[in-house]
Design a protein around this ligand. Structure first.
Ligand code: AVI
Length: 324
């Protein structure tokens, strides 16, 4: 038992809508849709980890390199004795870069929707950072959320620094992204936010990142259908759908679809869904920003954009935003 590791605490309602509800309502819409948050069951999370290693998917390695290169500067901006709050904790690989550079960080609060997953990843971290108070929270950061104060007088005085890497902000439509930034700001009690944002660039480069030669992104996309078959006993024929992920340059976003390759019907939870040949199911948007357009949105969300770091090729950006 690690003494610096607090017990999991649940901070938001977890099952606002189930995967089954999402499919039943989304497949009745025109055009059909499935929410991208359902990509991440165990198989989907493994496929996403594989995407992050792909030669075409520059985002992860570029962001990690930026965090490494500017870690001390970031730590100085965050200040001493902070509590780092990570929204959607993932593998906890990136936060180690911050923890290693931070000036005597007091606490690390990872927030993730999957309690089981979180439990697994925080144990290794607790052993590697014995002086750090670790407080895993189970919750959905897309819902309104109040992060409880740390217990203990010393801990309570810590300033918060939010961490939201990976350009997950891009998976929200601009209005929802701004609302999310506002909610994060509110939950940071006057602290700043370090956020990774993928940038507008050569459309062919973006296209390649979501249409990799090895077909991993296609498997990731089709995992939604495989998951429906596994969990809900649906009978999707995975070969009957194609992964299609064009870049929409006017809207600055990758749009991801599963397109029905023929006229077909699928049974799901006792209901029948008909697909025309060529009919799309929208599964994800991944919005890209310019440094200026992102800073402008952050301002409208009540932040003061303080610093930004980008790579030589301007592929990716990391922003330090302070609460106003
Ligand atoms: C998690 N998110 C930022 C990824 C992205 O690039 O939008 C998800 C992803 N979809 C396809 N490839 C990666």
């Amino acid at each position: 038992m690690d003494t610096n590791l607090a017990r999991l605490e649940i901070v938001t309602p977890l099952e606002a809508e189930s995967f089954a509800d999402c499919l039943l309502s989304g497949l009745r819409k025109t055009p059909k849709e499935i929410a991208c948050k359902y990509f991440y069951d165990e198989a989907g999370s493994r496929l996403f980890d594989a995407i992050c290693e792909l030669p075409e998917y520059y985002q992860t390695r570029t962001e990690v390199a930026l965090l490494r290169r500017h870690a001390l500067e970031i730590a100085a901006l965050m200040g001493p004795g902070i509590e780092i709050v990570e929204f959607g904790a993932g593998s906890l690989r990136k936060v180690r870069i911050l923890l290693d550079a931070a000036q005597k960080p007091r606490a690390y609060t990872p927030l993730d929707i999957s309690g089981d997953y979180l439990q697994g990843v925080v144990h290794a971290l607790a052993a590697d950072y014995p002086a750090l108070h670790l407080r895993p929270l189970v919750g959905d950061f897309t819902l309104p959320l109040e992060i409880p104060a740390l217990s203990g007088q010393e801990l309570n005085k810590s300033r918060r620094a939010g961490f939201f890497p990976g350009s997950t902000i891009g998976n929200f439509k601009p209005d929802a992204a701004m609302a999310l930034l506002r909610r994060m700001r509110a939950s940071l009690n006057g602290g700043g936010l370090l956020i990774g944002v993928d940038l507008v660039k050569d459309p062919l480069r973006l296209h390649a990142a979501y249409n990799d030669a090895a077909g991993v992104t296609a498997l990731f996309n089709k995992n939604l259908l495989a998951r429906a078959n596994r969990e809900l006993g649906a009978d999707f024929d995975l070969d009957g759908f194609a992964h299609y992920a064009p870049y929409n340059p006017a809207a600055h976003r990758i749009e991801m679809y599963l397109v029905s390759l023929r006229r077909q019907s699928v049974n799901l939870c006792g209901q029948r869904f008909d697909f025309a040949a060529g009919e799309p199911v929208h599964t994800e948007d991944s919005h890209k920003y310019t440094i200026e357009s992102f800073r402008e949105m952050a301002c409208r969300a009540g932040f003061n954009p303080r610093a930004v770091w980008t790579d030589e090729a301007r592929l990716f950006s990391v922003h330090w935003l302070e609460s106003r």
